[in-house]
Design a protein around this ligand. Structure first.
Ligand code: SG7
Ligand code: ZN
Length: 261
């Protein structure tokens, strides 16, 4: 590829992704606006089963990849969907705003409302031997997503260590290591209720092989914590990584299910 893709600058901004990455022009793209009155309520949809998400000792690499901050996760972290399909965790990363004061940066919106940050925990289907094979398979990936809200003056202690390390990976390509990680506590308290639909990666190559689970409950961070996440990292153009989210895509004839109403 001639140029690196971007969200809003240069020749390969969001609107031009399909030229280099044809899947980005597909009919089952993500993110989407989750419209509560259009969602199919499915009371028989059981809760997700998370295992190995609680506190883990060891070393977890964390990198500024020029688009976001990404933490590598151990394969002992797994999610089992209501239909029994098991997914193995790969990495988690974030999408945020910050381009102007009060600009939110979630990818999924709910009834048109954009949340301040969106957390993605990327998994691959355990029936594939490697995440490489899963990346190309039609049922290869699952992303567990959570939305963040600001709670003024209430520091979320489960994010303190992660946020304090961001200043050591200011430049793209820089990495550090987190000692110990507790993803369960970085997620919302209520893991029972969620939206689910079939979509895509929200960045190039936009592969349409992602089963999305967007949690209904939110994570709360203080305004200072949000500010630090929004202002610590630089991209390949040496500018702050701001508004690293893709606009919502048409649902076309897809169905969004939820196990709550
Ligand atoms: C972020 O989002 C990165 C990507 C990720 C992409 O830019 O975390 O990670 C890597 C390894 O490039 O792409 C294949 C993949 O995980 C899209 O992920 S997302 O759909 O959850 N936003
Ligand atoms: Zn993402």
């Amino acid at each position: 590829h001639g140029a690196e893709w971007t969200y809003s600058e240069g020749l390969l901004d969001e609107a031009h992704w399909p030229k280099e990455y044809p899947d980005c022009g597909g009919k089952r793209q993500s993110p989407v606006d989750l419209q509560r009155k259009e969602v199919w309520y499915n009371p028989s949809l059981r809760a997700l089963n998370l295992s190995g998400y609680e506190v883990q000792h060891g070393a977890f690499p964390m990198v500024n990849d020029g688009h976001t901050v990404q933490i590598s996760l151990p394969p002992t972290m797994r999610v089992t969907a209501a239909d029994g399909t098991q997914y193995v965790a790969q990495q988690m990363h974030f999408h945020w705003g910050g381009a102007s004061l009060e600009s939110s940066g979630s990818e999924h919106t709910i009834d048109g409302i954009r949340y301040v940050i969106e957390i993605h925990v990327v998994h691959y289907n355990s029936k594939y031997k490697s995440d490489d094979k899963a990346q190309k398979a039609p049922d290869g990936l699952a992303v567990l997503a959570a939305l963040v809200e600001v709670k003024d003056n209430a520091e979320n202690a489960y994010y303190s260590n992660f946020i304090s390390r961001l200043k050591s990976i200011r430049y793209p390509g820089q990495s550090t290591v987190l000692r110990g990680l507790d993803v369960q506590d970085m997620l919302p308290g209520n893991l029972h209720y969620y939206y689910s639909y079939w979509g895509s990666l929200t960045t190039p190559p936009c592969t349409e092989n992602v089963r999305w689970f967007v949690l209904a409950d939110t994570v709360k961070l203080s305004r200072t914590q949000v500010w630090k996440l929004e202002n610590s990292l630089l991209n390949h153009q040496n500018k702050s990584i701001h508004n690293d989210y893709r606009g919502t895509q048409p649902l076309n004839n897809r169905v969004v299910e939820a196990n709550f109403m």
